[in-house]
Structure formats: structure tokens, C-alpha cells
Ligand binder design. Sequence first.
Ligand code: GUN
Ligand code: FE
Length: 450
Amino acid sequence: KTITGTFCHAPVLGQIEILKGALVEIDGEGRIADVIPAGSAAHVEKRAAAEAAGTLVVAPAKSYVLPGFVDLHIHAPQYPQLGKALDVPLEVWLQQHTFPLEARYADLAFARRHYSALVEDLIANGTTTALYFATQHVEASMALVDICLEKGQRALVGKVAMDNPAECPEYYRDASAEEGIAGTKALIDYVAAHPENHGLVHPVITPRFVPSCTDPLLEGLGKLARECGCHVQTHCSESDWAHGYVLDRFGRTDAETLDRFGLMTRRTVLAHSNFLTDGDMDLIHARGAGVAHCPLSNAYFANSVFPLRAALAKGVRVGLGTDISGGPTASMIEAQRMAIAASRMLETGVDPAQPQETRGRPGSRIDFDVAFHLATAGGGDALDLPVGQFAPGFHFDAILVDPDAPGSTMRVWDDIDSDEDALQKIVYTASKANLAAVWIGGRPVTGAAL
Ligand code: GUN
Ligand code: FE
């Protein structure tokens, strides 16, 4: 197939590229074979050839084609509690709400029903790649893999490892470090051997966070990460409590602790990371690990705003996460808006009782261009996966945005707005109503049969 339309992407931080009328050629594997800008001889020739072969797909006039979004941190089992229990601290929320809910995924029918609803809703909201925490259960984690494959979503799935009896309830934990490691291995093997999986789904080594894991579990998972080269994900220095817990137990920060256990690799994604020291940022940069910035969840549970500009200045790879259900939205468009708003609040300071001169952190703000990059190319880069931009070799994971969709409050005016204005309006005002189609790996997964 060859698709033509107005493509918008942000391969480089802070730079928007608009390819008006370009041709994007997709190969048999769903990867981009070539991107041909309008106005060249090759464009005329290739467009005519695709048209003659009946393989040309023309995006509707006035629509925009964007890379699909990469949700870099999401708890799949917490979707049923989206929008609930946001009024208690993290450690209370885990024990009283989240662990009891996650424990219910021992029931596979329950798991299938809720995972199916989530994956469908995420795809409809333009999330084409998701880095998922599943639950402690191996079978239910396998069910999430199956559902992502059935529905065609690119996904990285981790069976949550958590064995520390001091922090995890008896009804919901790995019975031992060995069981946590064996379960993680079982999921890795399942994904590798799955007959329907041709690179769409990847396994992830997933120690929940340092407090929920014993030393032998962290050690074993670190060894496994070295052996298999898989992705690793965990929570890092999220809240005062979580950050302080690790300092008390090890006399070191989360980042230093994870590194000593061999869990800080180029394929590691650290969620939150709000309380990183300068040294932590240097360490993360040196290891090539990434950070999942979860701005909305941070407002409820972290007692902090992630110092995004500081991390970017250090060269840390950053993407955006919804952190469902710590963050009460499934929409990566809303996550972009929240990242912008959080950065503005960090910059200006929010406490009017403070003198104006000492409020806030100058230079913290971002705008739509950076947020859009983080939600697409930045997330892809943090995962080391070829997603999030329109370039040869990248997977064709994309969304079709109809700016004038009924039921939305977005309008793009021919006589007022440039294409760059339109992209800005998409980030600030678009909703699910504006997503007319979604492709993953070149395959239409929702929307009109394009
Ligand atoms: N820390 C440990 N588990 C969790 C979780 O499920 N959500 C969030 N936001 N933080 C965590
Ligand atoms: Fe989380």
C-alpha cells in the first residue's frame, strides 16, 4: 500500500515536520519502505504507479496523519478503577484499592473481559504501542498478550514480580523470589513461542518497585535481564514515601539500587522518576535507560512534578505514560496536555504565599511540539523500537485525525490556520471523536476501511 496525505511528525525534540501531500510506501511487513515528499519526479511517477495498481490510499482532504501514540507506562489491570480512589496516598491506594483489584485477575474470565475492553479503548484513542504492567499472575499476563495480538496492538507486557512479605499482602504476591523469576521466564518463553506473534508483542521484566521486591528477586531479575536482553520496567523514585523507603533500606537512591541489581539497561524504562538526583540522571543517561513521565498521576500520587527539562538537558530519553489508573485518563492526547500544564506550573510555581521572585523553576516549560515528540518519537526511542515517526524502516503505526469531526470541539479554519496551527490544535483540543482511523503495522485496526 501507498498512503498519501498530510503527515505530521516530530522525529527531533522540539521540531515539527509537516509532509504535505507526501507518499508513504508500506511494505508487506507493515514497515515504511519509503517516504517521498511532494513535488519530486519520483512522487509523480510512484503516485501514478500506485494508482494504476489500485494500492493508493488517499487520506481525506483536510485530514492529518500522525504517528500513533506510545503509552510508556500503563497498568492494564487497573482500568476498571479508572477515575476512582484518587484521594489517598500511594501506599494506602496500593493496599486498599489496587492490590485487591489486581488480585481478581487470578480469574481468567475476569482478566479477559477487562483486558479486552482496555485494549479496544486504547486503540480507539490512538495508542498504538503500550508498555504494560499486567498483574502478578502468569496466566492472566499471557491472556493480555493474547488480547493484544488478537486486536493488533503493539505491546510490551510484563508479569509483575512482587514477593516482599513486608510490603505485599499474602493474597497477592509471588510466594518466593524463585516463583517471581520463574513466572517472568514463563511469560518470556510464552511470548517467544506464540504462533501468532511476529514481533508485535514483547515480554518485559517487571519488578513492581523496589519496596515490593526482596533482594534475591531483584538480583534474579537483574541476572535474567542480562541473559535475555529483554526490556525492563519498574517505578523509580515516584513519591516521597517510595523514594524514602529505598533510601532507608539501601542507603542509596532507586536509580543506584536498580543499577546495582543489573536492572538499569538500555532497554529499561523507569516510571515517574520525580525525585532523581543529578547523579541519578547522569547514571540513567550513561546506561541509556528511559523515563516514562506520567504527569497526571504525579499530580495525585507523587507529591511532585517530574523535572522534565532537566532530564532532557542531560540527554535522558523520555516518553509519556498515562499510568492508568494512577492517572485517570486513557488518552495520550490528554497526557500531552497534562505534561504541558505540569511544566508550566513547575516553571511559575503554584504557591501564591511564596514571593514571586522565588516561586517556580525558570526554564521548565514545554509546549505542544515537545509534548507531541514525547508521546510519539520520544516513547519509541525510549523503547528502542522503530515506532513514532514516518521514516524508512519504521513500523507504519499511525492515526488519521479528522479536525472537523462531529462531536468534537476542535475546528481548523482554512482562512486562519496553518498546518502547524492544526497540529497545535490537535494536541490542545482533539479527542477520540477526531480519530477517524488507526493503523498498527500497516494494518487498519479501527475506523474506515482505508
Ligand atoms: N508503585 C508501585 N505500584 C504502583 C502502581 O500500581 N501505580 C503507581 N502509580 N505507583 C506504583
Ligand atoms: Fe505506575
